[in-house]
Design a protein around this ligand. Structure first.
Ligand code: PLP
Length: 373
């Protein structure tokens, strides 16, 4: 490489290094080592994974997949079969569906396809950070309007951020990390007014009160992201999808790398949809526990727990969030620390765990906030 080339590479690498990406979080193995605990005793409540679907049920389906699939071959009809199953599940047509390696990957693809350098993408804060990384990776600008009191949408604030260069509006519903959904009529008004593409992230859609999926037939600029990582309990397989009108879905399906999604994920997704009762039962159980957890959290002095339409709960504590976080880690409980969100200084987010995990969480929180456990 000549000197000019070397300079370019150095600059490019520095530019890439400066890009923001997902910061590594604590792992079960890491916490076990750091605090001298047994990995089996650790309760992981930081990633909104689904602990309600029994592992054995997933393992049994995976065994079937191992018997049925010939992994020596490239994928054949599996992607189309999954699109048919998703369409049936959401009462759409297969042409409305674009599948990907997780909803994050589909989001990355959409931002790459639709955002150019200098374009603007808009959302509210606080929200799911991966959207911001995707926008900035494309050299586009990230504009925001903060949520209002009660985590309500600031519709006028968002509208004020629309410019002739605004191409993408991201609405996370239910929103991570606040856990709430917004007034459906406000969402629809924004879709109607927005001059570009609206991407609604329904990663937690199965836990929520309503979905924007039925609107895709009405608005040509609407795409809804969904995932198998949450309600379907397949976070480890990395499978997600987008639904939109057929023209948009076809565009999102256009990827340069053929056969990008592996046969095991595609077939597992289809099998879970064919056994959708497994998911529904787990969602119903979680929702019942969510209600109890929120009310018990609010009984702890020094904890404010917010309502949730997702599989996690946002809390604000009277003590510094960092102290609460570390206290819990020492007891083998991993939660997500967030810090200041809007007017709330000490925010943390907890996945709704199984009842016995929540008992431990509540006791650990009580101790760490100075109450008797
Ligand atoms: C709002 C939101 N969207 C997407 C994802 C990631 O989903 P996936 O596992 O399909 O990439 C998450 C995961 O936490 C999330 O909170």
């Amino acid at each position: 490489m000549n000197t000019k080339g070397k300079d370019w590479l150095k600059e490019k690498l520095a530019e890439i290094e400066a890009l923001e990406s997902y910061a590594p979080e604590k792992t079960i193995g890491g916490v076990a080592k750091e605090y001298g605990l047994s990995p089996a005793s650790i309760i992981k409540l930081n990633f909104n994974e689904n602990l309600y679907i029994p592992r054995e049920k997933i393992a049994a389906l995976l065994k079937e997949v191992a018997e049925e699939c010939d992994l020596r071959l490239y994928p054949q009809e599996e992607e189309e079969q999954l699109r048919v199953a998703i369409a049936k599940y959401l009462q759409l047509k297969p042409a409305n569906v674009a599948v990907g390696n997780s909803s994050d990957e589909v989001m990355d693809r959409i931002t790459r396809l639709f955002l150019d350098k200098g374009d603007v993408a808009v959302t509210f804060t606080p929200t799911f950070s991966v959207f911001r990384y995707c926008v900035r990776y494309n050299g586009a600008e990230y504009a925001t309007a903060p949520l209002q009191k009660g985590f309500k949408l600031d519709v006028e604030g968002l509208r004020a951020a629309f410019t002739p260069e605004t191409r993408l509006l991201y609405l996370c519903s239910p929103n991570n990390p606040t856990g709430n959904q917004f007034a459906p009529e406000e969402i629809e008004a924004l879709i109607e007014d927005f001059p570009g593409l609206v991407m609604i992230d329904e990663a937690y859609g199965e836990y929520a009160d309503y979905s924007a999926v039925p609107l895709i037939g009405k608005y040509e600029n609407l795409v809804v992201l969904r995932t198998f990582s949450k309600a379907f309990g397949l976070a480890g397989l990395r499978l997600g999808y987008a639904v939109a009108n057929p023209t948009l879905a076809k565009a999102i399906n256009k990827i340069p790398a053929p056969y990008a999604i592996n046969v095991v994920s595609l077939t597992m997704g289809r099998k879970l949809l064919e056994n959708v009762g497994i998911m529904q039962e787990a969602v119903a159980a979680l929702k019942a526990e969510r209600r109890k957890l929120i009310s018990r959290l609010n009984e702890i002095r020094g904890v404010e727990a917010f309502d949730s339409q997702a599989n996690f709960v946002l809390i604000n504590t009277s003590k510094p969030h960092e102290d609460v976080y570390v206290n819990l880690l020492k007891k083998g409980i991993i939660i997500k620390k967030l810090g200041r969100l809007l007017m709330y200084e000490n925010c943390l987010r907890v996945t709704v765990g199984l009842p016995e995990m929540n008992v431990k969480l509540l006791n650990a929180l009580k101790e760490s906030l100075g109450e008797e456990a």
